[in-house]
Ligand binder design. Structure first.
Ligand code: G4P
Length: 534
């Protein structure tokens, strides 16, 4: 184990105790409820119900936007830190809606592991599958939580089979449910030979945990009705025959996922899941970068921006760049080099995100997420170092799949609109193109709902009603190559040229034929559907 990338005996204890992860799930599977229970056990909130508003607000589209408007809630949920059993957990929120796959992908570049929540009655749903594929691209270790076991749910082996089949990953039961629905009494902890009993009367109570000596222990008869006990013995025997045993190496490599069964709303199985993350989850992992990768135990501080959020507080036009620290021990007031501009920045007001509060971060370690308020210097993909010229790689910008034109409801306000759009472009919330000829803007997104969210944010944050409309274009390609050829191409195709928020030329068209034509006429130029965020 010691030579694997996942564990290093040499990591300073402060770094080794960090677990930075995200929760992935299909809407309604119970992510918000589980998050809340995590915070409860982590001592970050006093009472269940404090983050509840988010789950409720997410029910419908318009409510979802209301949640977006309610920056206080969505912001505190972007990254949360809390302590659990000697570990520091950093939970990074993945946006809830499938339309935000781009944002989600970038969020997952900032974590070392993921918890996949599935609904015991529904199994693997579409959004879970998509998010899982993203985790797989990064070989992230995944812990699975099968939720809502207090309700009628599917057969345990069937659920496990479905995960193995649909997601092509081995599954090992960390716990085994006893009874289903109304008859559900708790779980047998397969990793520690313990009986965990659910208390239906008190939803916030930690389950009673009883140590037993295997499945023949007579103590079991005292707590489990005979027919359920018989069934448990049979099923566990079968599971042990058919399913792989827990193997930490395989888990860390992302080829095996341990599954816990529980009920988030009844606080059941949650502590065991957290124990699993603390005990088996990965320490802060090396970060891919050029010209070399960054290791968490390096003395010098390095970090990268994976998310930018503008207008967190509508009263101040601040932006917060979310930075994942890849190495070192950060202290408030430190001067870091912003590698893209080669400028120094004194980081005097970094924030840590604790449940519902922002707090000044006096210090932070590799693995932590800090927020750096700034006026737009920090962009997604930027690297901060103590002087070294190194750039974190692998934070992509996706090709926009939908293009629409946008105009301010009031034509006198088009400068304001430009400002708002540029801000969202820098956040990575949309691609914004300014046509070389004519007025107005073209906005490109990955999912249709993003247009609605943008319109609602522009109105709320900038007081500007806007109208999105059909664009004559359907594809965007960034053009690069020798300057003279680039200029010639731009000048002879003006009606197709726009500029992105960095001022880089983009070729817009609705015909593949046009793209082929440019490639034929200008063989030295490259037309690319994506642009790595730098
Ligand atoms: P999400 O963030 O993944 O979208 O899910 P969320 O936690 O908001 O949960 C979705 C619904 O499932 C909520 O019900 C929640 O109470 C319920 N739920 C979560 N965990 C469990 C569980 O272990 N057992 C059962 N039976 N239900 C669970 P809702 O009716 O939509 O909202 P509410 O009225 O309960 O607040």
């Amino acid at each position: 184990m010691s030579d694997s990338a996942h564990t290093s005996l040499d990591l300073p204890a402060e770094i080794a105790r960090r677990r930075t992860f995200a929760i992935i799930s299909h809407p309604d599977a119970g992510k918000t409820t589980l998050t809340e229970k995590f915070l409860l056990y982590g001592g970050a909130i006093q009472m269940a119900g404090q983050v509840r508003a988010k789950g409720e607000a997410r029910r419908t589209r318009s409510d979802f936007m209301q949640m977006e408007k309610d920056r206080g809630i969505s912001v505190s949920a972007s990254a949360m830190s809390f302590d659990f059993d000697g570990h520091r957990f950093n939970l990074v929120d993945t946006p809830g809606h499938s339309d935000f796959s781009e944002d989600t992908y970038r969020t997952l570049t900032a974590v070392d592991a993921a918890i996949m929540v599935i609904d015991g009655a529904k199994g693997v749903e579409s959004q879970t599958q998509k998010l899982f594929e993203v985790c797989r691209m990064r070989d992230l270790p995944i812990l699975t939580f099968c939720n809502k076991m207090d309700r009628e749910s599917r057969d345990t082996l069937e659920i496990i089979d479905e995960i193995q089949e649909n997601l092509a990953i081995d599954v090992t039961p960390a716990s085994w449910p006893i009874g289903v629905g109304r008859e559900f009494v708790g779980c047998y902890d397969m990793l520690h030979d313990r009986l965990e009993l659910m208390d239906r009367a008190d939803r916030n109570k930690v389950a009673a945990s009883i140590s037993i000596k295997g499945l023949d222990d007579p103590k079991l008869d005292e707590h489990i009705p005979a027919h359920l006990l018989e069934q448990l013995r049979e099923e566990v025997e079968m599971a042990r025959e058919l399913l792989p045993a827990f193997d930490r190496e395989a888990f860390l490599e992302g080829t095996l996922t341990p599954i816990w069964f529980g009920s988030a709303i009844n606080s059941f199985g949650v502590k065991e899941l957290m124990d699993g993350m603390a005990q088996y989850g990965p320490e802060p992992q090396p970060q891919k970068a050029e010209p070399r990768s960054i290791h968490a135990d390096e003395k010098k501080v390095m970090g990268f921006v994976f998310k930018v959020q503008a207008n967190m507080d509508p009263k101040h036009r601040d932006r917060v760049a979310f930075v994942r620290l890849a190495s070192g021990h950060f202290l408030r007031g430190m001067k870091l080099t912003h590698v893209r501009s080669k400028k120094q920045m004194a980081i005097s007001n970094p924030v840590l995100f604790l449940a519902s509060d922002r707090e000044l971060a006096e210090e932070a370690w590799a693995g932590d997420i800090i927020g750096i308020p700034n006026h737009g210097q920090l962009r997604i993909g930027d690297t901060l170092t103590e002087g070294e010229e190194i750039r974190v790689t692998g934070i992509p910008s996706f090709a926009p799949e939908l293009l629409q034109s946008v105009r301010a409801g009031d034509p006198m306000k088009s400068k304001h609109l430009e400002k708002a759009l540029m801000q969202f472009a820098e956040e990575g919330a949309a691609k914004v193109f300014k046509p070389a000829i004519g007025s107005g803007f073209i906005v490109g997104v990955v999912g249709a709902l993003q247009f609605e969210v943008l319109a609602s944010r522009i109105e709320l944050e900038y007081g500007l009603p806007v109208r999105f409309g059909q664009s004559q274009f359907t594809s965007a390609r960034w053009i690069s190559g020798p300057r003279a050829d680039l200029e010639k191409c731009v000048n002879t195709n003006k009606q197709h040229i726009s500029y992105d928020h960095d001022g880089d030329p983009v070729f817009l068209t609705r015909l593949q034929w046009d793209i082929d034509r440019i490639e034929r006429d200008f063989p030295t130029l490259t037309l690319s559907a994506t642009k790595e965020m730098m």
